[in-house]
Unconditional design. Structure first.
Length: 275
């Protein structure tokens, strides 16, 4: 694949994601002020010194936006990686094993998916200690049910192909079949799904923070920033719109890249087919 074959929309999406990750990695050096540093009056309007103005406590919105990128991307990335690993491993195991293992895994997954995700998360997070580890694990477990559904579907399609049957006849174990036969041939739809799950994690985390059960203050994250400054909208203060725009922009950038991946890999060719 050549660079000129990548559409402009995908380049825009990748550029937006790259900028967000640069902010996240180099936040202490890029942000003009500290994450919790009070630098002026409450809800001070934007000017030459404060590009996006100040928030409900007099903190620089630009600085908190940059630090919030670190928190938001860290939690969303960790939750997506864990959910994807868990969902893929369980779904591939079910597809290869079939029988009672497939039935138990699939029915339990159906049970989990029947519970509204947001309500389930709110109940669990209200009971458990509120820290990053618990938040990431709750998000990952809930999201893994969606990954399981797709993973099992694509794995079942590949598991009946001749090269998989040949591997079984050679006496290869389940781990060999999963990681050497099925996984390379399902990478295309799985990569696209990974992008969608990542975008969903960003939006889900922002929702939980807005409801008060996500990232806890004074740590900055975009959903929490919207919650902290939502009352300013009544008085014409745009402090809540800045992090809201950041959430929407990042989600759009991820979707632009995912759309390109879906168009480029519309069939189950996976890693082997592209090699």
């Amino acid at each position: 694949m050549r660079a000129r074959d990548i559409p402009i929309t995908a380049w825009i999406g990748m550029a937006g994601i790259a900028i967000a990750f640069i902010f996240a990695v180099f936040a202490p050096w890029i942000a003009p002020y500290g994450e919790t540093q009070v630098v002026g009056d409450v809800w001070q309007l934007p000017d030459d010194k404060y590009i996006f103005g100040l928030d409900n406590l007099g903190r620089d919105i630009l600085s908190r936006l940059i630090y919030g990128a670190r928190t938001t991307l860290l939690v969303a990335s960790a939750a997506t990686i864990i959910s994807f690993s868990l969902g893929v491993i369980l779904s591939f195991t079910a597809a290869v094993s079939r029988g009672i293992i497939d039935t138990v895994f699939s029915r339990f997954n159906d049970l989990m998916m029947s519970i509204p995700t947001l309500i389930f998360a709110l109940v669990v997070l209200a009971v458990l200690p509120q820290n990053l580890v618990v938040l990431i694990l709750v998000m990952a477990i809930l999201d893994s049910t969606r990954v399981y559904r797709l993973g099992r579907a694509v794995a079942l399609d590949v598991a009946v192909m001749e090269f998989v049957e040949a591997a079984k006849l050679r006496g290869e174990g389940k781990l060999w079949i999963i990681f050497r036969e099925i996984l390379p041939n399902t990478l295309s739809p799985l990569l696209a799904e990974f992008g969608l799950r990542f975008a969903f994690s960003i939006l889900f985390l922002s929702t939980l923070s807005f409801l008060g059960l996500g990232i806890q203050p004074p740590a900055a994250d975009w959903g929490g920033m919207v919650k902290d400054n939502k009352d300013g909208i009544i008085f014409g203060i745009s402090a809540a719109l800045v992090p809201g725009t950041a959430i929407a922009t990042l989600a759009i950038c991820v979707n632009l890249v995912v759309d390109w991946l879906l168009k480029r890999t519309s069939s189950l060719k996976g890693g082997r087919g592209d090699a």
